[in-house]
Design a protein around this ligand. Structure first.
Ligand code: NAP
Length: 274
């Protein structure tokens, strides 16, 4: 039981397909005691069975990260019900549709600000507000994507947000390292979730990854969950500021995979046209 005795909070479970649910399940299976959050009353009802599965009891709190007062209230609820906590999972992102397809140059300013606020600043604010109740040797984990490092079709605005999130992880890691607090990110391969459905032609990314990742497949929330659990546990006690890829190896590829004909000439194995 790697997480026995660990207490933490998981933000970003929308349903059983959420990456945060995969991480929460892995932590629960390894003995962690957990709180989860919901965005509003509509999601509270939907998430109630998940809170029960994860044995959260009454540790089930509202938190819309655009509302600073809800983040502060979350800290007070956690303090009251759990005392100190040992881990935080930040698995939250949002960008308006206008930022997730079409030409990058056309991204509206209000869409840009919303995406940066919810997908990036929320990590900084949650870390700062919850820091007073973080134990020594605690661990914070967020979720990022390759589209913050390299061009990915339609990822557009979220690419810029993920890039800023990756750097936030590094600055937070340095800042909090002296307090024994670690901050890491997992860069997950594409997974069909609610958030992913907002990205233009997302099914293309899934097919491209399957065709060209070294493992020739996509990843599951259980696989991301296990890697996340490792980063939240003491097994990763010397790891901080890291972006850890859980993507079936796709990020190492410089060119698409090829087949060779009888003369040894390379032909593209799959060019995305079906
Ligand atoms: P998801 O299930 O839709 O989770 C996204 C979560 O963000 C939802 O729980 C959503 O809550 C929450 N959220 C949005 N706005 C919020 C706000 N104002 N306050 C609080 N929570 C808010 O999708 P997911 O794919 O698991 O996404 C989780 C993380 O993984 C995101 O950072 C995403 O960018 C990252 N990621 C995803 C993939 C992928 O292919 N799926 C790959 C790499 C990284 P509501 O649903 O209640 O609005």
């Amino acid at each position: 039981m790697v997480m026995k005795g660990k207490k933490g909070v998981v933000l970003g479970i929308a349903n059983k397909k959420s990456i945060a649910y995969g991480i929460a399940k892995a932590c629960h299976a390894q003995g962690a005691e957990m709180a989860i959050t919901f965005l509003n009353d509509r999601f509270k009802r939907k998430l109630a069975p998940i809170a029960e599965d994860l044995e959260c009891g009454s540790r089930f709190y509202p938190c819309d990260v655009t509302k600073p007062e809800e983040i502060k209230a979350l800290r007070e609820s956690l303090k009251r019900d759990m005392g100190e906590i040992d881990f935080i999972v930040h698995s939250i992102a949002f960008a308006p549709k206008s930022g997730l397809s079409g030409r990058f140059i056309d991204i509206p300013k209000d869409a840009f600000n919303i995406a940066m606020d919810i997908s990036v600043y929320s990590l900084i604010e949650i870390t700062r507000e919850l820091k007073p109740i973080l134990s020594k040797n605690s661990s914070i984990l967020t979720l990022t994507y390759l589209g913050g490092v390299k061009y990915v079709p339609n990822y557009n605005l979220m690419g810029v947000a993920k890039s800023a999130l990756d750097m936030s992880v590094r600055y937070l890691a340095e800042d909090l390292g002296k307090d024994g607090i670690r901050v890491n990110a997992i860069s997950a391969g594409p997974i069909k979730t609610l958030a992913a459905a907002g990205i233009g032609d997302f099914s293309f990314l899934l097919k491209w990854n399957t065709a060209h990742a070294p493992l020739k497949r996509n990843v599951t929330i259980e696989e991301v969950g296990n890697s996340g659990m490792y980063l939240l546990s003491d097994l990763s006690s010397a790891v901080t500021g890291e972006v850890h890829y859980v993507d079936a190896g796709f990020n190492i590829m410089g060119l698409p995979a090829v087949n060779f004909d009888e003369k040894g000439r390379a032909t593209i194995a799959w060019n995305g046209t079906d």
